[in-house]
Design a protein. Structure first.
Length: 322
């Protein structure tokens, strides 16, 4: 059957038509992206998608949202839209529907995509295991964390808020970074260090340590400078980000006891080449007495261009499989 897959973030809502069968995704169309700021509600963005699609919209919806899921009222974390699950059939014309957290959707994508959709980062160069736990974490506007547990040909997804657990600094630079952030926040979570906006704090901390005055730049400007290699301090901030992401991924692996780790998210994909060349892998295994254990865990990067859409459709396929 056909289903409209929707991936709603803080800035964009992406729509595509997926074909699903027997609990799995068969195909996914090219996405149509709507800017959240241009539509007052999901219903109006859905209508605009239908106009762009140019044909009848399937009467099934698979929706991933950047928010915890509840049955009454969903207020998106970085998005003014409000979703009332019980009104989805009436507002969207969907006879059947699935609603999941955005990183739960990523977990479904990890569980269903083929090996070719993953790039090896560090650890043993083996395929994702057919059994056991896989930790999924992804830097974006925030830091998403989920677990995929494979068993006997099936799988379960555990949505978590692991990105909001405390960050553990490992050297003097991270000590300085945490100290700086504590001026603003009572506690410093992993998300404050290894999500997209964190590059600003890293950049400004390095500038303070170097005694170099820098202009006030937003995260988009600093990421552009870093990824284009146009500013040495921004490049240093990028390197530090990769180090900290490796440490955080390793901490999550210790907590989950997984057989593998997958880095996801749009920012993770943009960092593909830098993660391979950085100290990410060394920081991942640097867990003292558990270093030898950490070295046995394969770490991958998901390279599918739309894992949120794919995962939303996969979640629908699993829930409504006959």
């Amino acid at each position: 059957m056909e289903v409209v897959a929707v991936d709603i973030g803080g800035t964009h809502a992406r729509f595509a038509v997926a074909e699903v069968a027997e609990g799995r995704v068969v195909s996914l169309s090219e996405p149509i992206t709507q800017k959240v700021a241009e539509h007052p509600s999901l219903q109006l963005a859905w209508r605009a998608f239908g106009e762009q699609l140019g044909r009848p919209v399937p009467k099934a919806a698979a929706i991933a949202v950047a928010s915890p899921i509840n049955n009454d009222l969903i207020k998106l974390t970085n998005n003014p839209w409000i979703i009332r699950p019980q009104l989805i059939p009436d507002r969207l014309g969907a006879d059947t529907w699935t609603l999941v957290n955005d990183f739960e959707a990523i977990g479904h994508a990890v569980a269903q995509l083929e090996d070719e959709a993953f790039l090896h980062l560090c650890g043993p160069d083996t395929a994702l295991p057919g059994k056991g736990s896989i930790t999924v974490c992804g830097p974006g506007t925030g830091l998403g964390v989920a677990q995929v547990f494979r068993h006997g040909g099936g799988y379960d997804i555990i949505a978590t808020e692991g990105g909001h657990s405390d960050f553990a600094p490992l050297d003097a630079i991270e000590d300085a970074l945490v100290k700086r952030l504590r001026r603003t926040y009572q506690r410093v979570s992993k998300e404050r260090i290894v999500a997209g906006p964190a590059i600003v704090s890293i950049y400004e901390t390095l500038a303070d340590l170097e005694g170099v005055p820098v202009p006030r730049l937003d995260d988009k400007a600093i990421w552009t400078l870093a990824l284009e290699g146009k500013d040495s301090l921004a490049v240093a901030a990028l390197d530090r980000f990769c180090l900290s992401l490796g440490a955080v991924a390793g901490d999550l692996a210790l907590g989950h006891g997984p057989a593998a780790v997958v880095i996801a998210g749009g920012l993770g994909l943009r960092l593909k080449d830098h993660l391979l060349q950085s100290g990410f892998g060394e920081r991942f295994v640097a867990k003292g007495r558990f270093r030898s254990l950490m070295a046995t865990i394969p770490v991958k990067l998901i390279t599918h261009p739309q894992p949120g859409l794919y995962g939303a459709a996969a979640a629908f396929a699993q829930e409504h499989a006959q």
